[in-house]
Write a protein that binds this ligand. Structure first.
Ligand code: FEO
Ligand code: CA
Ligand code: CA
Ligand code: CA
Length: 636
């Protein structure tokens, strides 16, 4: 594969290309199940757990689903296939901050539609490919912390580079376009705008000094030549989803960190030189080896596995940042486990312990929960709350019950630092349930329950996961070759997030009722007017509505015909109704959602747009947009 093709791959496709998994199942991956939609919905016994899921009442509200919009205070919109943003009548939107926009006055004009951002200004502007974000308030000031998940080298580097950095400066440019941006916003009289030169404005990149805490900090697994104590990692990368602690700090979640590492070692083969790296079991499970996606290893030995084999172990963590203190040092919390962290949803157990729900976004990986040993209440110290506790992985039983399986030396036979650095392997040891790519978890503020978007999984029923765990059809992953995705929710026993058991159901199974008359048509609350694929970002508004963002196939062709561009929908948890609120420009996913303190403005992330959105000339620019109600009322 040539360079041009590699830079076009999604992270998921990049992993598949680098570490192809052998087929371990003979049946045809594209065979549809030979059952009708009616049969599926009605036949609890005949079709096992999937049908049981659909028989749970919550989702069988066909009539209310048909009367879509009845419980929403907006008129749902249709699909779009253009390069614009669409919102309901009575709502407005505009960009808040785009890739390359200045954070400081000296960076005004740094971005050029022809050449992007020069390296010397690359840490003075907003990063690329916006993702998770949260709002923080300091007195009457509003501060946003916003992830920049990854970088598109083709639009950042000169065309001659063909999407791969050719020198250390080009590597530096790519590094600086990712990570986290902290910025202050204020009402400019014409909506919110970035406050240039605010003391809060800050970039946190692949190079920012950090610390680590928890049982794996300082262990041999995280020591490197540059940091022999294993306590001072540098940087955060592939910052995907987000979270906010109860005490008002930001959690940024490191997702596809594996792709940043490669080896410069080579060996001769009959086809010429190839990367020479014999992957350990842990590296295989995490997809580490070969060549890095951005060729960092050629210009920075920190990313070269032949020199720093432990450096990847210092990434893949939930990292805490205090956005209100620009001098603070971010902390990587090893107690929360290392995997492809999507987001981190913090809630509290009935007894005051801190609970964090987390998804691991890869086909056939797990959903996790962390529970602190200590308790917290407003005004109390937070020491140890994210470093002293227990990590669990979820098992979902076919009978719609489930349990949190503790990952401890006793249950796994692994030392604690290995459990945390190789959490996936610990999850496999206890028999956690392989899931259809767990993305964001969102907890309902009005009820003790949590939702996780299972975005899609073409390997369900087809291949094992990277650790060899089978991915059988069943439970909350009821469809073979699942290209549409679903949202699972769980209600903890005794309405206590600290309980070790729960019951679950599917809030929605996405699908296409126009293209299919079987399980791929989706659940009863999906219809031709609201259909979508690949739920990913999720957040609850204060009124208890679930906002769902998609990152899927926006070709509007084949089995996705009628679904249009990626979108943001609103779901009513009680009735199951779902209505489309926003459509993204073609090529983009919608990811990241937070609100102004008065809830009158929603901030929505538009990642990897196509065309030349939003400027209408030059390069496409990922951006956070403001969305508001024209009558000035709150929108969530
Ligand atoms: Fe960065 Fe799984 O999305
Ligand atoms: Ca995502
Ligand atoms: Ca996704
Ligand atoms: Ca993404």
């Amino acid at each position: 594969m040539n360079k041009q093709d590699i830079v076009r791959l999604s992270w998921d496709e990049f992993d598949e290309m680098r570490d192809p998994r052998p087929d371990n199942n003979a049946f045809d991956a594209v065979v549809e199940r030979a059952i009708s939609r009616r049969g599926f919905l009605g036949g609890v016994l005949a079709f096992g757990s999937a049908a049981a899921v659909m028989g749970t009442g919550v989702l069988s509200s066909t009539s209310s689903a048909k009367a879509q919009g009845a419980t929403f205070n907006f008129e749902p919109i249709g699909i779009a296939t253009d390069h614009e943003i669409h919102v309901p009548a009575g709502y407005g939107w505009k960009p808040l901050v785009r890739w390359g926009d200045p954070l400081f006055k000296d960076a005004e004009g740094a971005y050029s539609p022809e050449t992007g951002v020069p390296v010397e200004m690359s840490d003075r502007v907003f990063g690329e490919n916006t993702d998770g974000m949260e709002t923080f308030v300091d007195g009457d000031r509003t501060i946003l912390a916003i992830n920049s998940e990854y970088v598109n080298p083709k639009i950042n580097l000169p065309a001659e580079a063909e999407g791969m950095p050719r020198n250390a400066d080009e590597v530096k440019l790519l590094k600086n376009m990712q990570g986290v941006t902290v910025l202050e916003i204020a009402d400019s009289g014409d909506g919110y705008a970035v406050v240039l030169d605010s003391p809060y404005n800050r970039r946190i990149t692949h190079e920012t000094p950090m610390t680590m805490d928890g049982p794996a900090a300082g262990s041999d697994l995280v020591k490197t030549n540059a940091d022999p104590e294993g306590l001072a990692p540098k940087g955060t990368m592939n910052n995907c989803g987000s979270g906010k602690t109860l005490w008002g700090t930001y959690l940024t979640c490191e997702e596809n960190f594996n792709g940043y590492f490669g080896t410069t070692a080579r060996r001769e083969t009959t086809e010429g030189q190839v990367p020479d790296h014999e992957a350990t079991e842990g590296e295989v499970r995490y997809g580490i080896g070969g060549e890095g996606r951005y060729a960092y290893e050629k210009f920075d030995e920190r990313f070269d596995l032949s020199r720093e084999p432990n450096e990847p172990n210092r990434h893949g963590w939930v990292t805490e940042i205090n956005p209100l203190d620009p001098e603070s040092t971010p902390v990587k919390h090893t107690a929360l486990g290392r995997f492809k962290h999507e987001n981190a949803e913090m809630v509290q157990a009935a007894d005051g312990r801190v609970v964090v729900y987390m998804g691991d976004d890869e086909r056939g990986e797990f959903i996790y929960r962390y529970v602190s040993n200590g308790t917290w209440a407003e005004g109390q110290p937070t020491d140890g709350l994210l470093s002293d506790g227990t990590l669990y992985a979820a098992r979902f039983n076919d009978d719609m019950t489930g349990e949190w399986l503790a990952l401890t030396p006793e249950t796994t036979g692994m030392p604690i630092e290995e459990i945390l650095v190789f959490s996936r392997m610990a999850g496999s040891k206890v028999g956690a349930t392989t899931m259809d790519r767990p993305e964001w978890v969102a907890a309902n503020p009005l009820r003790v329950e949590a939702y996780c978007a299972l975005t899609n999984n073409k390997n369900r029923g087809v291949k094992a996961n990277a650790g060899g765990d089978e991915q059988p059809v069943g439970g909350p992953n009821p469809r073979e070759t699942n290209n549409f995705g679903q949202i699972v929710r769980w209600r903890p026993e005794g309405e206590d997030h600290g309980a070790d058991t729960f019951t679950w159901d599917l809030y929605v199974m996405a699908g296409n009722p126009k293209a299919y008359n079987n399980v791929y048509a989706g659940s009863d609350n999906v219809n031709e007017g609201n259909m979508f694929n690949s739920p990913d970002g999720m957040a609850f508004s204060s009124d208890g509505m679930l906002w769902i963002q998609t990152d899927g196939d926006d070709s509007n062709e084949g089995e996705f015909e009628g679904q249009g561009n990626n979108q943001m929908l609103v779901g009513n948890p009680e009735t199951g109704e779902i209505a489309r609120f926003l459509t993204a420009p073609n090529g983009a996913e919608v990811t990241g959602l937070t609100w102004s303190a008065d809830r009158k403005v929603a901030f929505v992330g538009i990642q990897h747009p196509g065309g030349n959105w939003p400027d209408g000339n030059g390069k496409p620019r990922s951006a956070v947009i403001s969305v508001w109600r024209e009558d000035g009322e709150a929108i969530g």
